[in-house]
Design a protein around this ligand. Sequence first.
Ligand code: PMV
Length: 257
Amino acid sequence: MINSTASACGKIILSGEYAVVFGYPGIAVPSPLRVNMTFEENDRGSEIIWNGITGNDHWNTYIRKICELVGAPKGSLTIENDLPLGKGMGASTAMVVALARVFGLDRAQALAIEHQMNPGHSGIDFAVIWEEKSLLYKKGEEPEPIHLSFDLQNTTLIDTGAPNETTTELVAWVKERKEELVDALETIGTCTERIIRGEDLKRVMRDHHRAQVALGVVPKEVQSLIEEIEKKGGAAKVIGAGGRTGGGGMVLTYRAA
Ligand code: PMV
């Protein structure tokens, strides 16, 4: 009888959204927020018990699909979750990784499930969540652990609400318009290189945000919020796929020390 517990972190992308899908470099760091899962095999069926930030029917269906793919037997799955759901913190990948760990899957097996659950992804979320290290990520290359020269204590996350579109839909929409978006994608890739060179994060974040706006994935209200933050001398950016309508997910704000 399986009785197993495992957890996974979420992630914060400092630089590289969408650009990483096309082979430009990106930087992601593990989030202190996590999801913890306990599975107890029993004959009662397949129940999912949420504590903390609770998933809706969509998330229950998502979790059941992963359970099917990992070959889970009947039992109770308890999910203690701190990760905002559908808001760019990598919760969908964290669910894959935590469940893969609960059932003893290795990296390759977990990645195969990630491919099925999140088609079109670049692999940046999976890499940072599996490794739980700050990474420089480039598609098709071995992720490189990096040390960041600034203090993330100077950052805060703001919840702007969940977008109406999924990451898979948004990535497909950006791919369709790739030719017209080349400049913005390139700017985002360059932002990663600038962070690596040690350039002031505030300046880089401002340029990164403008490129995300150019991609069309920062809703109007979120643009206004970031404008206010910039007026007060700070910088901010959406940290995941963002959205076309609804919220933009989590926004990372930075105030210089
Ligand atoms: O799924 P999210 O919101 O964490 O977005 C991940 C970053 C993207 O570049 C938009 C997609 C990807 O797979 O790299």
